[in-house]
Design a protein around this ligand. Structure first.
Ligand code: HEC
Ligand SMILES: [Cu+2]
Length: 333
């Protein structure tokens, strides 16, 4: 056998071994990610590197209670992370960017703080825009101060009915467009309705109809699901601000929550009561979107901008208004 032949044979063997071995090697090298409740440190490690277009292998285990794992703004099934077991996850990211991974099980008062990031480096060849280069949020475009009080000065005496509003609106020059709906609070719309012979309660019915026109059944039920999973523990199953964690949240005081930069001036608050018409009818969809995207910056309201897609946030908002308006979904449609 000629020397060069031998060399190339060895080379091929190594290459073949390499092809088979590399994934195994990567697998064995994949560090175990440990989950613990936020008070004990949350995810460790909490920053993970990946490359766009290449599979990322993750191994997850819990050191205390049952947690869950999902990545924000990605269409993925959440994975249970159990004590004493290892869950395997393989993810592939199309777009470079900073992704947020988060716990999906209510593991305690600070559950929502269990977040980490996946830094996905991109190949410049694909012309996909990187993640989180989303357009400027609407509240910024509109110049809204989302921290200012926004009480409605007039509230309806009974729950406004979209169905009766629909009949009343038939001959009115009203704007049903999404742009209009998103930019104004129900109270502002009520206040600006064209001067007619409508009574106050009829005017509110027309407002309810405008809101219903911008709400689909699908959006409502998606919003309801997201709400039950992510918001009810603080804001309450029925939106009344009395979730199982509401009292603990207030009692937990400032120290544990105020870790975000710039949060010093803010104080802990009780979760907003979405059934309160003064507050909710004075809030535009744009304002609610801003709050949900950005969070309260130290008030106890988490930020969700890196978790939900824009559509999911609009679904949540549609659902929040359903605590105010009578849509009579089943009967009307
Ligand atoms: C850990 C508790 C907690 C969770 C979970 C939580 N919130 Fe809140 N939320 C609060 C607190 C406290 C406030 C009041 C302080 C503030 O407005 O910043 C608040 C305020 C808000 C407001 C502001 C309303 C207004 O009139 O200004 C909106 C909107 C809101 N939450 C939506 C949500 C949605 C949607 C979810 C789920 C995706 C959610 N919240 C989950 C605690 C929570
Ligand atoms: Cu958890």
């Amino acid at each position: 056998m000629k020397r060069s032949e031998l060399l190339s044979r060895i080379f091929i063997t190594v290459a073949v071994l390499g092809a088979v071995g590399a994934p195994l090697f990567v697998w064995a090298r994949t560090p175990l990610i440990h989950a613990k409740v936020a008070e004990d440190g949350g995810w460790n490690p909490d920053v993970i590197q990946a490359n766009a277009g290449e599979p990322l292998f993750l191994k997850l285990t819990s050191d205390d209670v049952v947690h869950g794992f999902a990545v924000g703004q990605m269409d993925m099934q959440s994975v249970d992370v159990l004590p004493g077991k290892v869950s395997n996850v393989t993810l592939t990211f199309d777009k470079p960017g900073i992704y947020t991974f988060f716990c999906t099980r209510w593991c305690g008062l600070n559950h929502w703080r269990m977040r980490g990031t996946i830094e996905v480096s991109g190949s410049p060849s694909d012309h996909e825009p990187a993640l989180s280069e989303a357009a400027e949020p609407l509240y910024v475009t509109l110049g809204l101060d989302i921290d200012a009080p926004h009480d409605a000065l007039v509230i309806p005496r009974s729950q406004p009915s979209a169905i009766s509003g629909q009949q009343l609106a038939a001959n009115l020059p009203i704007d049903l467009s999404t742009d209009y709906y998103r930019a104004y609070s129900p109270y502002q719309v009520f206040d600006e309705l064209p001067n007619t012979s409508l009574t106050e309660s009829q005017s509110w019915d027309v407002v309810a109809y405008i809101w219903q026109s911008n709400t689909t059944n699908e959006s409502l039920s998606d919003g309801q699901q997201l709400y039950a999973q992510n918001c009810a523990a603080c804001h309450g199953e029925n939106g009344a601000g009395n979730g199982v964690f509401a009292d603990d949240l207030a009692a937990s005081g400032e120290s544990s929550m105020q870790t975000m930069a710039g949060a010093d001036q803010m104080t802990m608050q009780t979760p907003v009561d979405f059934t309160d018409p003064t507050r909710m009818l004075g809030a535009s969809p744009a304002l609610l979107q801003g709050k949900i995207l950005r969070g309260g910056m130290g008030t106890g309201m988490p930020m969700w901008g890196s978790i939900f897609t824009e559509e999911q946030i609009w679904d949540l908002i549609a659902y929040l208004y359903s605590f105010q308006f009578d849509y009579h979904r089943g009967e009307a449609q």
